[in-house]
Design a protein around this ligand. Sequence first.
Ligand code: ADP
Ligand code: MG
Length: 443
Amino acid sequence: MELWEQVKQRLAARLTWESYQNWVARTAQRSQDGQRLMVVVPNQVTRDWLEKELRDDVQYALQELNAGKVEVVYSTGGAAAAAAAPVEEAPAYGAGSAEPLFGGAVGSLNERYTFGSFVVGSCNQFAHAAARAVADSPARTYNPLFIYGGVGMGKTHLLHAIGHELLQRSPGLRIAYTSSERFMNQLITCIRTDRMPLFHQHYRSADVLLVDDVHILANRERTQEEFFHTFNELYDHQKQIVLSSDSAPKNTTGLVDRLRSRFEWGLMVDVQAPDLETKMAILDKKAEQEGIHLPEDVRVFIATKTRSNVRELEGALIKLLAYSSVTNEQVSLDMARQVLKHLHAGSEKKITIDSVVRLVAEKFSLQPGQLKQKTNAPNIAYPRQVAMYIVKELTNASLPEIGRYFSGKHHTTVLHSIQKIEQLRHRDADLNRLIHSTIDSFN
Ligand code: ADP
Ligand code: MG
């Protein structure tokens, strides 16, 4: 099979359906001359898009195919392009299709994601307060509001909650809620079908714009450019903008600088992994919503056995409730143990100092042996302190034991390191996340 055909197959698996149909389906290999791959595309727009937006995806596909260093050259070529696999119009968003290209916010907001159902704990207190403030007086307090944090920490929930609250207070308000993925697909379709005015009209006439997961825009230059203009237009007219992302703007690679600096104009708040107390409160709330009383021991069991990810916590509860309803038995600790075996099994594993050190070393791109070296170079000392901290958290090793393991450190030095990391993790969200993800790997 021709190389480009293979690339297309990879792209089909990697891109959304619309994206593939719009930009890839109607391309074909013209020739391959050494490391130069000539590809015919139907028009200039497609060429731009492939070069700018999909460059990374194409490179990735070539890498996966072990194609070596290949330069892809796109050309628009009349007859050849027309002959290349004619494709039907994309039905999902096309003209006259059932699903409107731009739906109202009401339909796209999940009715369960409200402030009322959001549990506030120390991990998300600040983000919650900021979201509330924005819903109380949009564009007056923090603009833009940028909420960031790991997967399943409640970012989407907060964005929807802001939308609901605003709609309830002023039903006439025009709220545009979108995921970054959807924003991109709408843009693609509008460019291709010459409907950019519609796109502009939709986004630029919003009173409030809520955009989820902006980290997806990374390296999508054309989309970022469009987003930049939308942002400016709204901002200049004092419209509220709320964004979510998996990392702080400064840590999101692939964002163009002008967009990054815009994101940093307002308030940036992070949502952190829930602590045990918050996890229990979330379980209570969810159980209450289901009209079920959760026995105390079951609650503790689920909260301690799940990782620090609310989605997983919910998943465990739903599974348990489903089991209880199917068997017609009351929820009990025994049932929880049995149904949630998979959670239980992992944590029974014996965790050793070695295994912790291996993992921490990996997170810092070091060799495990380096953490045991007698050196105080910061690039080793800091990861070593983190490792000591996690060892203390996860194993029964005593301070002197830990000291001995790390090239004979005195136990007071170990204690000092552990205390330092404990304090630091409250201030440093990245560190906190790293600790959580390491601990999670053992669950
Ligand atoms: P993210 O967007 O950060 O990945 P989501 O907002 O999708 O996370 O949250 C995942 C699930 O966990 C959702 O069902 C959400 O309702 C729930 N959830 C997250 N945080 C909380 C919270 N503090 N209180 C109640 N439910 C929460
Ligand atoms: Mg989300």
